[in-house]
Design a protein around this ligand. Structure first.
Ligand SMILES: Cc1cc2nc3c(=O)[nH]c(=O)nc-3n(C[C@H](O)[C@H](O)[C@H](O)COP(=O)(O)OP(=O)(O)OC[C@H]3O[C@@H](n4cnc5c(N)ncnc54)[C@H](O)[C@@H]3O)c2cc1C
Length: 290
């Protein structure tokens, strides 16, 4: 197996053009498991760890651009105040060792329906920046990035450069059900993000369909239902209906981690809870501001 070690982003793109079969490796927390278990044996590995740009993040024009190689531990430590939903999801990933090595770009590359970064990226309107040596940059909305179980929208000569998302314009929450509290793949997960200036709620549903997805009908319902100008509490009826619509957006399967029915039930509960927490935070922020 060849081992390619580009030192720059331009060299990495050139290597991917020369050898499209080369499998990118960042933290290796998915790639090495698959190689060790002989799931596949790529012709070459394209090690991205020397490409400095991938491990940097910046704020530009009111948006955050997070390099594909930024590990979870840095999302938690450096971006927790700007992206609380993604940071909460990052805290639930694996163990400290996995959070040190594992990256957002690697989660997107693996495109598992259970990947924990996907629901908050969907809820926060993230856009994935990918690039190829021949065709340049493509900006792919997260809603169009996940194509199937462990399949994403990358072409064979493309690499993920970064994720773009706005610093949280309002409260964000992530909730995950696992068979225990740590080191666990999600049975199902849910993220909510309030966008108060646009009077809109974003959602992301994880591990309950072939791909992570938004619960669009739930978003539309609750966005018009909420009293954005006032400070009123979320009504039980609205929270209940929101939960039902999130449940209806899911298309889970029965598997070793949980049944489809359990997943649907859990999603409705998580949706109600996270929305209530987010709305209460929003009301408190409005009280403090006035
Ligand atoms: C013990 C253990 C526990 C885990 N727990 C969780 C968990 O709780 N939640 C969760 O979501 N995941 C979990 N994972 C899976 C894994 O840690 C995550 O998916 C992580 O985000 C992968 O990041 P990485 O940098 O290690 O990716 P890598 O393993 O390096 O790569 C993963 C995939 O992305 C591709 N890739 C990487 N970088 C790029 C790039 N720049 N451009 C294009 N393709 C790229 C690779 O080719 C590969 O297909 C766990 C894994 C282990 C081993």
């Amino acid at each position: 197996m060849d081992f390619l070690r580009p030192a720059t982003w331009a060299d990495a793109l050139a290597a991917k053009r020369e050898t499209p079969a080369a499998l990118p490796i960042q933290g290796g927390t998915d790639v090495m498991v698959e190689i060790n278990f002989d799931v596949h044996r790529p012709a070459a590995l394209l090690d991205l760890n020397r490409v400095r740009e991938l491990t940097e993040w910046e704020e530009a024009d009111g948006r955050l651009r997070i390099g594909a190689g930024v590990p979870y531990v840095r999302v938690i430590g450096e971006l927790g105040d700007r992206l609380p939903g993604l940071a909460q999801a990052s805290r639930t990933v694996g163990s400290p060792q996995i959070r040190n090595r594992g990256s957002i770009g690697g989660n997107l590359g693996a495109a598992s329906p259970a990947g924990d970064s996907h629901p908050p990226l969907l809820a926060g309107d993230a856009v994935i920046e990918v690039e190829s040596a021949d065709r340049g940059v493509r900006m792919i909305p997260a809603t169009e990035f996940y194509l199937g179980v462990k399949r994403n929208a990358l072409e064979p000569d493309e690499l993920i450069r970064a994720v773009w998302t706005a610093p949280a314009p309002g409260p964000q929450y992530f909730s995950k059900i696992g068979t225990r509290n740590a080191m666990v793949i999600a049975v199902c997960s849910f993220a909510v993000a309030l966008h108060p200036e646009e009077r809109r709620v974003g959602t992301g549903v994880g591990s309950a369909a072939p791909t992570p997805r938004r619960a669009t009908a739930a978003e539309e319902f609750i966005s018009t239902e909420l009293d954005w100008d006032g400070r009123g509490p979320l009504s039980d009826a609205a929270a209940q209906r929101f939960g039902e619509l999130v449940r209806e957006a899911a298309a889970p399967i029965d598997d070793v981690r949980g049944t489809a029915d359990y997943r649907k039930h859990a999603l409705a509960v998580m949706a109600r809870r996270t929305l209530t927490w987010a709305w209460n935070d929003h009301r408190a922020e409005r009280r403090e501001a006035s």
